[in-house]
Design a protein around this ligand. Structure first.
Ligand SMILES: [Zn+2]
Length: 351
């Protein structure tokens, strides 16, 4: 779990003064950004500037997956879900971070980050669009500034950041922490579910996929016992998502309970990054996840020696007699077909 660290009181006050955040009462009853001509409010503009700085830190980090085709694929889904621009010329973008944990979050500026580990638990574009629809609603419905205004001690909030073992934990500041780790209040999360679901249906995706993706995440959360910072917060929150989407689905007329899955398009766009996620899972010590992800990858790709090697490693790293034998068999099969193979991945521990 991340450790919360608070700066000394003097530093907090200084930070708040520098940023110029007012401490008086401000309304949390503000119109969504989807209303034409909605302008950002003053404190919101500062929050966006801070989000831009935090985004720049994430972008500079080694976590960001640079794959222009994947970026374009994600942005095209967002265009279908939300074709209108945001204020000040901003547009929605979604980007992937190489991290095997289950997480996704939206900065208030419309930049959505998805962990590769979350993609690894999805089956199709409709499921991905469910998560993107939820996330983009946090931006359109201004959940960051609403939450910020409801925080009593703003100086403490702004001076609080997360120090975690994962790369992301050491990068993001207060705005990212709110979005990525803490999550929003129950009412705001429900609104993100509701509006996101309506956008999913309007974009023609199959809404039956929505509860499915959260059920899969719940299964995975139980398996890993929530060892890592987790986007959906906790088991009750995941159950809440499942209950919400199941209830929304029940309100749809039968002819609307169908739509696009785009399984092949999703598989093609995410293939490379999911290969890289095998290594990330292995480096995180999750041999079961690495094995399952490698097998799924190899089922789609006949010849992928690097992933075959990682699969063998997922057995060897268990350090059990039967698994060691499986690892040896896998190494032999790999070398029979690729006599010159040498691993180039960090997960091998050889480099
Ligand atoms: Zn949310």
């Amino acid at each position: 779990m991340p450790r919360r660290v608070t700066l000394p009181r003097l530093a907090c006050t200084g930070l708040a003064l520098v940023l110029g955040f007012a401490t008086g009462c401000q309304s949390t009853d503000i119109a969504p950004l989807t209303t034409a001509g909605t302008a950002l409010e003053q404190d919101e503009q500062r929050l966006w500037l801070r989000a831009d700085e935090e985004q720049a830190a994430i972008e500079r980090s080694g976590l960001r997956v640079h794959d222009p085709q994947l970026d374009a694929y994600l942005d095209a889904i967002l265009d279908r879900l939300h074709p209108d621009p945001l204020p000040d010329g901003h547009r929605f973008h979604a980007r992937v971070l190489l991290d095997p944990t289950l997480n996704a979050f939206a900065l208030p500026t419309g930049v959505i980050y998805i962990h590769s580990g979350l993609l690894a638990h999805m089956e199709n574009e409709a499921q991905l669009a469910t998560v993107l629809g939820h996330e983009l609603t946090h931006t359109t419905h201004r959940h960051a500034v609403k939450s910020f205004r409801s925080v009593k001690n703003k100086t403490a909030f702004l001076a609080t950041f997360v120090v975690g073992t994962s790369g992301l934990g050491s990068l993001i500041g207060a705005v990212g922490t709110l979005a990525a780790v803490s999550g929003y209040s129950q009412d705001l999360e429900r609104e993100a579910d509701r509006v996101g679901f309506d956008r999913l249906v309007a974009a023609g995706y199959d809404p039956r996929e929505s509860p499915k993706v959260f059920r899969e995440l719940q299964t995975e959360a139980r398996r890993t016992k929530l060892k890592e910072p987790f986007f959906f917060g906790s088991h009750p929150r995941l159950q809440e998502r499942i209950d919400n989407f199941t209830a929304f689905l029940a309100t749809l007329p039968p002819e609307k309970r169908a739509g696009r899955l785009e399984t092949e398009a999703f598989a093609a766009a995410t293939h490379d990054v999911l290969g890289r996620n095998v290594e990330a899972s292995l480096l995180a010590g999750d041999c079961d996840a690495a094995r399952d992800e490698a097998l799924r990858y190899l089922a789609r790709t006949a010849d992928a020696p690097e992933i075959e090697f990682l699969l063998a490693e997922s057995y060897r790293k268990r350090n059990e007699p039967a698994a060691n034998q499986t690892a040896r068999d896998r190494y032999r099969q790999l070398l029979a077909r690729h006599p010159d193979f040498a691993p180039r991945t960090a997960a091998s521990g050889w480099s």
